[in-house]
Design a protein around this ligand. Structure first.
Ligand SMILES: [Ca+2]
Ligand SMILES: [Ca+2]
Ligand SMILES: [Ca+2]
Length: 183
């Protein structure tokens, strides 16, 4: 069983990814996010950066969301998403840790737009903006994560926050706010 706080955090992540707010996460949400990023960055459809981001977003859907689609209708419901998370938890800590590392490496690579191995404040704001989320929430989350205020978030630090988000049931850990407030 997922704890109450874990259900809330995962619900927040689900709502974050449901870009068109129709109550499902589907491939089109990921494609639309990649198109939004391209528009925000001024990339044209035939730019390598555009293709790369589109591929990364579609891969995120295929690798981490589509497996939750138990009835195969192309849409992931909140219930399907929570069921997959519950299954992963019951597989044990080591399995779950591996999944979470894999997931947050992939998430990191969709946020680190210039590929320099660091997430800047602007990259984090673009991440929220591309998903249609208030960038003030990105500012707040980033300020907590970048505790030494150097305006950089390394892959290692981000993975740590990601594992806090996905595995830690404590209420007051910084990683809880990765996708904005969950209550
Ligand atoms: Ca949707
Ligand atoms: Ca489904
Ligand atoms: Ca970067």
């Amino acid at each position: 069983m997922l704890s109450e706080i874990m259900q809330k955090k995962l619900t927040r992540h689900f709502q974050f990814r449901d870009l068109n707010k129709d109550g499902f996460v589907q491939r089109s949400d990921w494609e639309q996010c990649a198109r939004n990023l391209a528009a925000l960055r001024g990339w044209q459809p035939d730019d390598d950066a555009y293709q790369d981001m589109m591929n990364r977003h579609v891969a995120m859907w295929q690798t981490f969301w589509q497996p939750a689609d138990r009835d195969g209708d192309g849409k992931v419901t909140l219930e399907e998403y929570l069921n997959l998370a519950d299954f992963q938890r019951r597989m044990g800590f080591e399995y779950e840790m591996k999944q979470v590392t894999h997931l947050f490496v992939a998430i990191f690579d969709t946020i680190d737009l210039d590929g320099d191995g660091q997430i800047t404040r602007d990259e984090y704001k673009l991440f929220f903006e591309a998903w249609g989320i208030d960038t003030a929430l990105a500012e707040a989350a980033y300020a907590q994560m970048d505790f030494n205020e150097d305006g950089r978030l390394s892959r290692g630090a981000f993975l740590q926050y990601g594992s806090n988000f996905y595995i830690n049931d404590e209420p007051d850990v910084v990683g809880n706010y990765l996708f904005g407030p969950y209550e």
